[in-house]
Design a protein around this ligand. Structure first.
Ligand SMILES: *Cc1c(COP(=O)(O)O)cnc(C)c1O
Length: 434
């Protein structure tokens, strides 16, 4: 009894205070709701920054867990023990060879291709969403996914002992499907695109009282992406970069990196600075890039047709807010073709030893395009966000990379093959010169 009371008096009040409508500011309680009843705008978590400022310092954060939970005062959960499967604190790699190839002096790669446990940035948002789902009393969790989210919800639900039913478009890459099924959730492969899957999930949510991480739990879920901003600031020695390039699907990740930087400025963890935000889309699904180029502040939905399936959202929920961030930070939103995406994947692998999926290929291809179009200054401290792992989208590069040399287990067979491959290399080289 005394112990329990002790614990209670010692445990701190949460730093997050309410949900607020992004249009009009109507306030809502901290429940599983995501849309303002008056304006239909998304709801967002609000915090008491005076409390956060009192509680955190660079030192206290550095002493925290080696995961996203070192930033827990900035995340919308109450639990003493959030679900911690080692998500976050992925490497920020100073690029040398890719930087030289592109003509940049200060390029960094934030490598979420090796995030835990399912090798994409989605583990960040799901760790937060499922911790909150548990607090709100849900026993079944769900989502509409372009692939990576399904992997992550299935894995982390398995770890937390939650029931799991996830929805994906049926035409996803084999690695994304297997990478979900292995955790033994109920997997619904819907004959339709992501936007149709998402609509179906909203209907299911009307009847089934489940925690849909990117629907009724979306305000909490999306906050997890802020840690991509926090980590970069901490890893740069408590400084903000000059320019970031990130992929856009719904636009959530991109806008939340922005929110993360703003929060660090607000509580005095970093100096104020204008960071330029550039966004990357695949031409076959580029509603945000198109609106940006046409100078519009609204999105015309499209039907996706691209190999970059993980970012193929034709009707992006946070598209408008992403446009706003690009404009007010003097950034750009660009799109690239599927061929350029494959080149981007190969370029990152060959220069940095990082095998990313199609979304990362999109980011690198857009980075290259922005440098070529003089939209990134060579001196700028630029961070490219690599959000997913290439082993999950092997189909995309099949036929565009080399093949193994099949040999007999004999030295002369090896030597003949080596000679052949060197001749081929010379031929290729001559073709480049011609
Ligand atoms: C989901 C996803 C994104 C983008 O997410 P949004 O927050 O919806 O913009 C980017 N990269 C990868 C690999 C993803 O799975």
């Amino acid at each position: 009894m005394t112990q329990a009371t002790d614990k209670k008096t010692k445990s701190k009040a949460p730093t997050f205070t309410k949900l607020v409508s992004k249009e009009g500011g109507t306030e809502y309680p901290l429940k599983a709701i995501h849309i303002c009843e008056e304006t239909f705008a998304p709801l967002e978590v609000a915090y008491d920054y005076d409390v956060i400022r009192e509680r955190v310092s660079r030192e206290s954060i550095a002493k925290g867990p080696n995961s996203i939970w070192r930033y827990r005062e900035f995340l919308p959960v109450e639990s003493e023990n959030p679900i911690d499967v080692g998500t976050g604190m992925t490497p920020l790699v100073k690029s040398h060879r890719l930087a030289r190839r592109l003509g940049l002096k200060n390029l960094y790669i934030k490598n979420d291709a090796v995030n835990m446990p399912t090798l994409s940035f989605k583990d960040r948002v799901v760790s937060v969403a499922l911790t909150r789902a548990r607090e709100l009393g849900f026993t079944t969790v769900s989502c509409a996914s372009t692939g990576n989210l399904a992997n992550s919800v299935a894995a982390i639900a398995a770890h937390a002992g939650l029931d799991c039913c996830v929805f994906i478009p049926s035409d996803l890459e084999a690695g994304k499907i297997l990478g979900t099924l292995i955790y033994n959730p109920t997997l619904m492969a819907v004959k339709g695109n992501y936007d149709q899957v998402n609509r179906l999930c909203s209907e299911v949510g009307n009847t089934y009282k489940w925690g849909f991480v990117n629907i009724n739990l979306r305000p909490y879920y999306s906050e997890g992406s802020k840690t991509l901003g926090f980590e970069v600031a901490e890893q740069l020695g408590w400084q903000l970069p000059d320019h970031i390039v990130a992929p856009l699907a719904s636009g959530s990740l991109y806008t939340k990196i922005y929110k993360g930087f703003q929060e660090f400025i607000k509580v005095g963890l970093v100096d104020d600075k204008q960071v330029r935000f550039s966004g990357a889309q695949a031409e076959g699904c580029s509603p945000i890039a198109t609106a940006f180029k046409e100078g519009r502040d609204f999105i015309d939905p499209v039907k996706p047709n691209t190999i970059a399936k993980s970012i193929a959202i034709g009707n992006p929920a946070d598209g408008m807010y992403a446009l706003d961030v690009a404009k007010k930070t003097n950034g750009n939103i660009e799109s690239v073709t599927d061929a350029e995406i494959i080149e981007g994947m190969k370029l990152l692998a060959e220069t940095e030893g990082i095998f990313t999926e199609t979304a990362g290929g999109t980011t690198i291809a857009v980075l290259k395009k922005l440098v070529e179009n003089k939209k990134i200054d060579p001196e700028e401290v630029t961070v490219a966000y690599i959000t997913g792992n290439g082993l999950k989208t092997q189909e995309a590069v099949q036929g565009y990379i080399g093949e193994p040399l099949i040999i007999e287990p004999k030295l002369d067979s090896f030597e003949r093959a080596l000679e052949r491959s060197r001749t081929l290399e010379r031929l290729e080289w001559q073709q480049v010169l011609v």
